[in-house]
Design a protein around this ligand. Structure first.
Ligand SMILES: [Zn+2]
Length: 224
């Protein structure tokens, strides 16, 4: 059975965001600490022993302290149950937690080649020596199963990976996260048609409402 721990459920910046004075962040700092939430991330395991993180948020250190399943095993001086980290994108909110995992424990980073290139091109991530921290490419729309340290399948997938059908000219375009949906056995979302997109404006400030959203699941809840 796949176990999922919600490590955090807030948007980038968390709640409260350090520089936000909106009503929700103000309440989270004062009378309603229950509104506080770390940034979105989950941990999954098929055996309660080896865990895989889905993204490593800047709040990872705090999330690991708050999650007993992710503590070092009793009696071991250096150990972590975290066997791998699956990165769904290369944004700050998804990758900077990796820097909190730099103390020499082995694990594998699974990410698209473009995300791995982001790590390689930012020398600060060299603290994750490739001798200890393997980097494995994953493909968009290709299901995969993360491996245990000995290379055997982790079982962290409730369904057999399905081969995607070859794309037909003019066919609807699958959404990018469908590989992750297959990973979780969710099947494919309804197809969407590819629409021409306007160019993205760089450095558009995040609207205040985006950071004041309260968590939809309490931090640290285990879903079985
Ligand atoms: Zn706020």
């Amino acid at each position: 059975m796949l176990r999922v721990v919600v490590l955090g459920a807030a948007a980038g910046g968390g709640v409260p965001q350090w520089n936000c004075g909106c009503p929700v962040c103000r309440k989270a700092r004062t009378a309603h600490p229950e509104l506080q939430s770390t940034q979105a991330s989950i941990a999954i395991s098929a055996d309660d022993e080896h865990w895989f993180l889905i993204n490593a948020s800047p709040d990872l250190r705090q999330q690991l302290i708050a999650t007993p399943q992710l503590h070092p095993a009793a009696g071991k001086l250096r150990h972590s149950p975290i066997t791998g980290v699956v990165l769904t994108n290369g944004e700050i909110d998804a990758i900077t937690g990796l820097l909190s995992m730099r103390e020499g424990s082995p694990f594998t980073i699974y990410a698209h080649a473009k995300v791995l290139a982001t790590l390689t091109s930012n020398s600060v991530f060299n603290v994750l020596s490739e001798k200890n921290v393997k980097r494995q490419g994953i493909g968009i729309d290709r299901a995969f199963e993360p491996a245990l340290p000995d290379g055997t399948p982790s079982g962290a997938t409730p369904s057999k990976p399905k081969k995607p059908a070859p794309a037909q000219p003019g066919a609807p375009v699958q959404s990018a996260p469908s590989a992750l949906r297959n990973f979780f056995g969710l099947g494919s979302p309804p197809p969407r048609q590819l629409q021409p997109q306007p160019p993205r404006a760089p450095n558009v400030p995040r609207p205040p409402g985006n950071v004041g959203r309260s968590a939809s699941a309490p931090q640290g809840d285990v879903i079985r």
